[in-house]
Design a protein around this ligand. Structure first.
Ligand code: G6P
Ligand code: ZN
Length: 584
């Protein structure tokens, strides 16, 4: 099939508030649907990219409400800007790591992801758009800054139209997004444009198949003492999970729950944590479900986050990263040559640091935000990265990858159980507690105070900064400081700053941290992803090497530190909140 189109320059004017955050531009659907809103941003993006003419880009999203409409609009603007081919995921769907995989594997100029990640979807909820560059990772600030400045000066955008008299109709409207295949079009002045609808899973699944020993994983699924439950949270991963866990690994159809992608995620928060995946957590609890499976997992709306559960056991993201790093070489073919380094974001508990020390490899501490791992991965300085915010990933793509993390845990289980008899499965809980015996346990918890008044958020940070300044001023010169009447001394009290070891760029003001002599830590940060007001995050970590004390509940172990944090920050008085909105 073929067709023709005419490029029309549509008049527009700048729209305020189109700043691309860490994870793209995220707004309510109603905002995106306003006249020119999406078109202004997309044109500003295209005007910021070198080499656009004649290029190929990928396009897809998490299937949330308005995904397909946005795909249609973006194709028209891409054609008008001289893009020669847009590879669109079937039905407009691509999970975030799959888009990254396609961009890398097919050496595309970049890709556009339509997602607001784990934020709710639907006509009254959120929509989002983000651009990834040719390494498959989120655009660096040099690009997003250009986009922002273009949004402030834009006066026209290009739109492919049927002809100059018919600018409403979509000249590519005949393309069936449900049917895989390419459709070519030619513009009035002879330029070619192709919409290539591609299988949403093929490239990504093939990549994962090349990284893991699927036969060993299939053997694990075949054991009678192993069962598995994956919660796709009505997000984009349902069909991918069906392909991998059911069709390739032989799991029963019921091993994927909430597997049908819904435009509004069933009205739920598609965020894999103990609060929003409560049904999965209950299914894994042997007290509530006598037939609780051996392993549970969940992923978020766009498939980049993950949560790992054993039977009646929660694996913190920080522990998950540490265990995967410790076992990677032996358990996962993709890492058979070993690791040269690992990386974690600053607030993430330092469990992986102990693994790195033992392996004699580098460990990088970066600011919050997956983009900070990009240079380390590109330069081969780190191979596995993770964040406390349920993000785990590696150098196969440049996004965090939920299903990859699940496969890592399946591989660890398969490896640890290679010699056990059916019926004697070594559990996830015992793998993690054995890990603590060797490396120590890093108790970790995060308290979120969401949608706090912005001024109160700023006041809290100012209060804690003052506490730090006073401590540093009162230090006796030995470098050892006192925080209130807390018995353990503080070695570092600062606002975290990061100098990228590859390009030398500096990120300042990344979180107020207190590091104690016993390696415990308290961190205060304002979230960079909230959509209204300020979200205060308080992170507490305590390191415990005494095996006899490692089995305590994290909230119990961390209570003295959290009480201290609340006291020194005056949080309750400043915010008016007596308890956090979410605890992870
Ligand atoms: C997104 C980013 C992560 C980040 C998380 C929390 O998922 O991709 O890199 O850790 O948000 O960020 P925040 O600034 O809200 O703590
Ligand atoms: Zn996400």
């Amino acid at each position: 099939m073929a067709g023709s189109f005419t490029v029309v320059d549509v008049k527009t004017a700048p729209i305020d508030g189109q700043k691309t955050g860490t994870s793209g531009l995220r707004k309510k659907v109603a905002e995106f649907k306003k006249p020119n809103y999406l078109a202004n941003w997309v044109q500003s993006l295209f005007s910021s990219i070198d080499g656009l003419k004649g290029s190929s880009i990928a396009l897809g999203g998490d299937g949330r409400y308005w995904n397909k409409d946005a795909v249609r609009i973006i194709c028209r603007i891409a054609a008008a800007n001289g893009v020669s081919k847009v590879l669109v995921g079937q039905n407009g769907i691509l999970c975030t790591p799959a888009l990254s995989a396609i961009v890398r594997r097919r050496e595309l100029l970049g890709g556009i992801i339509l997602t607001a990640s784990h934020n709710p979807g639907g006509p009254n909820a959120d929509f989002g758009i983000k651009y990834n560059v040719s390494n498959g990772g989120p655009a660096p600030e040099s690009v997003t800054d250009k986009i922002l400045s273009n949004t402030k000066t834009i006066s026209t955008y290009g739109m492919a139209c049927v002809d100059g008299d018919n600018t409403e109709a979509d000249p590519f409207g005949s393309v069936d997004l449900a049917a895989v295949g390419a459709t070519k079009f030619t513009s009035a002045d002879g330029a070619a444009f192709t919409i290539d609808v591609v299988d949403s899973a093929a490239d990504y699944v093939e990549l994962l198949q090349s990284m893991f020993d699927f036969a060993a994983l299939k053997a694990l699924f075949a054991r009678s003492d192993f069962s598995f439950l994956f919660d796709a949270m009505s997000g984009v991963t349902g069909p991918y999970a069906q392909r991998i866990f059911v069709e390739l690994l032989g799991g029963p159809a019921e091993c994927v729950m909430r597997g049908e992608p819904l435009e509004d995620f069933g009205g739920a928060h598609p965020d894999p944590n103990l609060t929003y995946a409560a049904d999965l957590v209950a299914s894994l609890d042997p007290k509530k479900s006598p037939d609780a499976p051996a392993m549970g997992a969940a992923s978020d709306g766009d498939g980049d986050r993950n949560m790992i559960l054993g039977r009646g056991f929660f694996v913190t993201p920080s522990d998950s990263l540490a265990v995967i790093a410790a076992k990677a070489k032996a358990a996962i073919p993709f890492f058979k040559d070993g690791l040269t380094g690992v990386a974690r974001s600053m607030p993430t508990a330092s469990a992986v640091d102990h693994v790195a020390t033992k392996l004699g490899i580098s460990c990088f501490e970066t600011p919050t935000g997956w983009k900070f791992f990009g240079n380390l991965l590109d330069a081969g300085k780190a191979q596995i990265c993770g964040e406390e915010s349920f993000g785990t990933g590696a150098f196969h793509v440049r996004e965090k990858d939920g299903i990859f993390a699940v496969l890592c845990w399946l591989a660890v289980l398969a490896h640890e159980n290679a010699g056990t008899k059916d019926g004697d499965l070594i559990s996830i809980e015992s793998i993690v507690t054995d890990h603590w015996k060797v490396y120590g346990r890093n108790f970790f918890s995060r308290y979120d105070y969401e949608e706090v008044d912005s001024e109160a958020g700023a006041k809290l940070m100012a209060t804690v900064t003052k506490v730090q300044e006073d401590m540093v001023a009162a230090a006796d010169g030995s470098g050892s400081m006192t925080l209130g009447d807390f018995p353990v001394k503080v070695t570092t009290a600062d606002n975290f700053s990061y100098t990228d070891p590859i390009d030398g760029s500096v990120a300042k003001g990344q979180g107020l941290r207190f590091v104690f002599e016993d390696h415990s830590r308290l961190v205060f940060r304002l979230s960079g992803t909230g959509s209204s007001g300020a979200t205060i995050r308080l992170y507490a970590e305590q390191y415990e090497t005494d095996e006899a004390k490692q089995g305590v509940d994290a909230q119990v172990a961390l209570k003295p530190l959290i009480d201290l944090a609340l006291k020194i920050s005056n949080l309750t008085e400043i915010t008016g909140r007596s308890s956090p909105t979410v605890i992870t």
